[in-house]
Design a protein around this ligand. Structure first.
Ligand code: IPE
Ligand code: IPE
Ligand code: MG
Length: 250
């Protein structure tokens, strides 16, 4: 894949809510799970596109703590599917120099899925390329609640000395070794966060794409990066630059 060019800087960390699989399938007269199946190629294409663009961290939402509310058949499919995608693709990812990591909670998650995630982490742990985080059984509120409870415990036992700061919180998150999200993308036209990376996206730029996830590819990713590269991120700062009116003296 050729290295793309952008107007401004490339985001270091991109997060994606891969949404729209079910609608993609139903619109074709297929069942929802066929949409998930079609999402695999999109994911691989996006990973390749992120590497080519020079992105350092890519974090994707694969299964939320709320997705257990779906039909038992769909949940079962998604569990098997996550496990199989990892097994099928881990060697390819390893060849690309990708470091795979998992962010999510253990309770409820199938042990075989956890095993597969940990195997992929182990296989790729020395890689120096793209850090690819799969959020499986992830929810930002539980992540924060778990972090708060652990901080209280560690404060009580003296493991945390002094007061709790932004940095302390960061250390207790599932994404503790990742920088803040620069660009947050959601596909399928939905404009909501759905409990993804709340703390980490405090100053993210958002791009909402109308494209349904199975149709999303590296070109759509690059389009979102281009939009990001033209944004003016201020982080609360301000620059005073009054526009000269036509009649004003030079
Ligand atoms: C995203 O697609 C994949 C997961 C949530 C696992 P959806 O399954 O949410 O598809 P839509 O949004 O119903 O079309
Ligand atoms: C968010 O999508 C979760 C994933 C993409 C894994 P959902 O499709 O579950 O979100 P809602 O229900 O539309 O908010
Ligand atoms: Mg959805």
């Amino acid at each position: 894949m050729k290295k793309p060019k952008f107007t401004g800087s490339v985001p270091e960390h991109i997060a994606i809510v891969m949404d729209g699989n079910g609608r993609w399938a139903n619109a074709r007269g297929l069942t929802r799970v066929e949409g998930h199946r079609a999402g695999e190629a999109a994911l691989m294409d996006v990973i390749e596109g992120a590497i080519a663009a020079g992105v350092k961290y890519l974090t994707v939402f694969a299964f939320s703590t709320e997705n257990w509310k779906r039909s038992p058949d769909e949940v079962k499919f998604l569990m098997n599917y996550n496990r199989e995608v990892l097994r099928r693709r881990r060697d390819q990812l390893n060849e690309w120099g990708v470091r795979v990591r998992w962010a999510g909670r253990r309770p409820k998650l199938w042990p075989s899925v956890i095993d597969e995630l940990l195997t992929a982490e182990k296989l790729t742990k020395k890689n120096k390329g793209l850090v690819f985080t799969m959020c499986v059984n992830y929810g930002a509120r539980t992540e924060l609640v778990d972090a708060i409870n652990q901080m209280i415990e560690d404060k009580g036992s003296g493991k945390i000395k002094g007061s709790i700061t932004d940095k302390t919180v960061q250390k207790y998150l599932l994404t503790r070794d990742l920088p803040d999200v620069d660009l947050f993308i959601r596909t399928s036209g939905e404009q909501r966060i759905s409990n993804f990376l709340l703390w980490q996206s405090a100053y993210s730029e958002f791009v909402f794409s109308e494209v349904l996830w199975p149709d999303f590819g590296h070109k759509d990713l690059w389009q979102a990066i281009e939009a990001f590269s033209k944004r003016n991120r201020r982080f609360g700062k301000a620059v005073d630059k009054p526009k000269k009116s036509k009649g004003s003296a030079k």
